[in-house]
Ligand binder design. Structure first.
Ligand code: SIN
Ligand code: FE2
Length: 226
């Protein structure tokens, strides 16, 4: 008798009707991956919550310790907000512009960040900080490590909205070669564990108009800082 290999397609016809499983987190490192479009179903709730945060803590351009004005404008929500001025980088409980505590992290932000972390294999993510970066065309973020946090056990969850960006995901030295990862509206990058201190950055944003967000890219970076 001839051996007839089972045709997987025929086999599938008789399988239980399982929902289509998307290949979820696309690996870009040992403990880092990209979740394509993961934020999209959340945006009906995320964008109104963002408006409320920005009404209390508007975008502003900050100065680095070296005296350069960042091309990216920043805001924050959560217990701790990342800030920079001539005296250094740090997390603060108060918005230096208003003197008030940073706006609370909206529940939907927290849920989305936790769902993304979990999908990437990081359970129990408890971010206390969400940095909100606003890029206009030409804005960029030079290669850097996120290392102002108290400890590095928790991952970074980074959500992209609006105009596309070319994300640079490097190694552990600034001079290491970077991967170039195109990020679109709704994509989420998660890095942690052995990859937690990898250099990363964003190339200058190209001119364009996003149908929902206009001439800007918004990035949320969730961290456990305190
Ligand atoms: C950051 O590293 O703070 C921002 C990364 C990004 O905008 O994608
Ligand atoms: Fe960063």
């Amino acid at each position: 008798m001839r051996y007839e290999p089972m045709n997987p397609q025929t086999f599938d016809l008789f399988a239980d009707a399982e929902p289509e499983q998307q290949p979820k987190c696309v690996q870009i490192g040992e403990q880092s991956c990209v979740l394509r479009g993961f934020a999209l179903p959340w945006l009906d709730r995320v964008l109104p919550a963002l408006e409320i945060v920005l009404a209390a803590a508007a975008f502003r351009q900050m100065v680095t310790p070296g005296g350069f004005t960042m091309s990216v404008a920043l805001s924050s929500c959560g217990t701790l907000g990342w800030t920079t001025d001539r005296s250094g980088y740090r997390y603060t409980r108060h918005d230096p512009q208003t003197g008030k505590p940073w706006p609370a992290m909206p529940e939907v932000f927290l849920q989305l960040a936790q769902a993304a972390a979990q999908e990437a294999g990081f359970m129990d993510f408890a971010p206390d900080s969400c940095l909100i970066n606003r890029y206009v065309p030409g804005s960029k973020m030079s290669l850097h490590q996120d290392k102002d946090e108290h400890d590095f056990a928790a991952p970074i969850v980074s959500i992209s909205l609006g105009l596309p960006a070319m994300f640079l995901f490097g190694g552990f030295e600034r001079s290491d070669k970077s991967q170039r990862i195109p990020l679109l509206h709704g994509d989420i990058v998660v890095w942690g564990g052995v990859d937690r201190l990898r250099y990363h950055g964003v190339l200058p944003i190209k001119d364009g108009t996003h149908p929902q967000l206009g001439e800007q890219r918004i990035n949320f970076t969730f961290r456990t800082a305190g």
